[in-house]
Design a protein around this ligand. Structure first.
Ligand SMILES: Cc1cc2nc3c(=O)[nH]c(=O)nc-3n(C[C@H](O)[C@H](O)[C@H](O)COP(=O)(O)O)c2cc1C
Length: 376
């Protein structure tokens, strides 16, 4: 067996694969099952101090598409492949008092597996900053190995919460700093992709003392309108609000944000999320510089906690290390970031040389049809 161990923000991991904060980690029994299945760590469903009431009906659904029509829809069709998950689920509807004894029991049962507590409060006043501290202290006292600050939930109505913090560099650093004042464990911050330049918020979190940046949460999105009923495919009383897109569709988007942050801060720690279901996708995140990766959508579709997903991730890791052992890539740390510098400005990409180059004016302009091209 390959050496899968890694140290990330000072925490020892049996392997670098975590379940992200989401339904797979919403309960004690799920997390216990996840550890039994082999996950190196979990990030709990986000814990808050305010009462949470979710919408009526489904909180998450999956979109699929087929090669025949490229139609992206929540309707189940034979032969259709997964495109994405869509959700408008809020943070955990269980109180902090419910979580604390469970965190303790999970850590007692699995002392060598990593449990990170995802937490969220507001940021509008000092009382809310104190709430972050209360959450962090309660979770670390219960045995959590770290805390992940949720600056990223895309569907919060409150202006001072979730991705509204992640879009504001001032709030990112103030909240991080407040948690760092009381934290005795590493502090990770999970950023939203719904911002023009995620590097700005990453810098702010590091200024506030963050030990790692986690990216990405889901992307703001809407389900499609059914052409027959003229209703959104998921709605309550005909109404919908912007929710979050996850799964395969966001992999390239999330990778781009992550690559930019890893380049801007090559010596910092990053945990990659978005569209991972197999080692091939995890590898992209490792090669641009991530030290751990997290999974949600793929696990939700695999017995709720992803026993087959983690089996494939571990097998893929072992095979990769075995294949590259000759080059010295025997641990994740040896190949982490090996492709970090490959993303450059478009102007730095080689152009065709000599007679091939038409100065941008091709003989056939634009995307001419083969018939037009043949006539020239
Ligand atoms: C139903 C659902 C609930 C989620 N709840 C949370 C949450 O409470 N806190 C959080 O930080 N992220 C939450 N997420 C985001 C996931 O942790 C993850 O960042 C996102 O789904 C992208 O990963 P994926 O492509 O593997 O799904 C949720 C995602 C889904 C689908």
């Amino acid at each position: 067996m390959a050496d899968r161990t890694t140290t990330f923000t000072g925490i020892e991991f049996e392997n670098p694969f975590l379940l992200s904060s989401a339904p797979p980690t919403e309960s004690e029994s799920n997390i216990m099952r996840a550890f039994e299945a082999g996950w190196g760590g979990v990030v709990t469903k986000t814990i808050g101090l305010h009462p949470v009431v979710n919408v009526v009906g489904a909180k998450a659904k999956f979109m699929r598409t087929s090669p025949d029509d490229a139609y992206v829809s929540m309707k189940k069709r034979p032969g259709a492949a997964l495109h994405s998950s869509w959700n408008w689920e809020l943070i955990s509807d269980k109180a902090l008092d419910w979580w604390v004894p469970r965190i303790r029991r999970i850590k007692d049962a699995f002392p060598n597996r990593v449990l990170i507590a995802s937490i969220m409060a507001g940021s509008g006043n000092d009382k809310e900053l104190r709430n972050w501290q209360t959450l962090a202290e309660a979770c670390q006292d219960a045995g959590a190995d770290g805390v992940e600050l949720n600056f990223s939930c895309p569907h919060m109505d409150r202006k001072d919460m979730g991705s509204n913090i992640g879009k504001d560099e001032g709030l990112c650093s103030v909240v991080t700093e407040a948690v760092k004042e009381v934290a005795t464990v590493p502090v990770w911050t999970k950023l939203t992709p719904a911002t023009p330049d995620i590097v700005v918020e990453a810098a702010a979190c590091f200024r506030g003392g963050a030990d790692a940046i986690v990216s990405s949460n889901t992307f703001p999105s809407l389900p499609i309108i059914d052409p027959e009923t003229l209703e959104f495919e998921i709605n309550v009383d005909g109404l919908v609000s912007a929710g979050g897109l996850g799964g395969p569709a966001i992999l390239p988007l999330s990778l781009c944000n992550m690559a930019r942050m890893c380049q801007a801060f090559p010596d910092r720690a990053f945990s990659g999320i978005g569209g991972i279901s197999d080692f091939a996708q995890a590898l992209s995140y490792f090669l641009i510089g991530c030290g751990t990766v997290q999974v949600c959508t793929a696990a939700m579709l695999d017995h709720a906690v992803g026993p087959n997903v983690i089996r494939k991730l571990l097998a893929g890791f072992d095979q990769f290390v075995e294949k590259h052992a000759g080059t010295g890539w025997t641990t994740l740390e040896a190949f982490r970031g090996a492709r970090r510098d490959r993303m450059v400005l478009q102007s730095e990409i080689r152009r065709p040389e000599g007679d091939d180059y038409q100065g941008g004016y091709e003989v056939v302009e634009g995307y001419a049809s083969p018939e037009q091209a043949a006539r020239v």
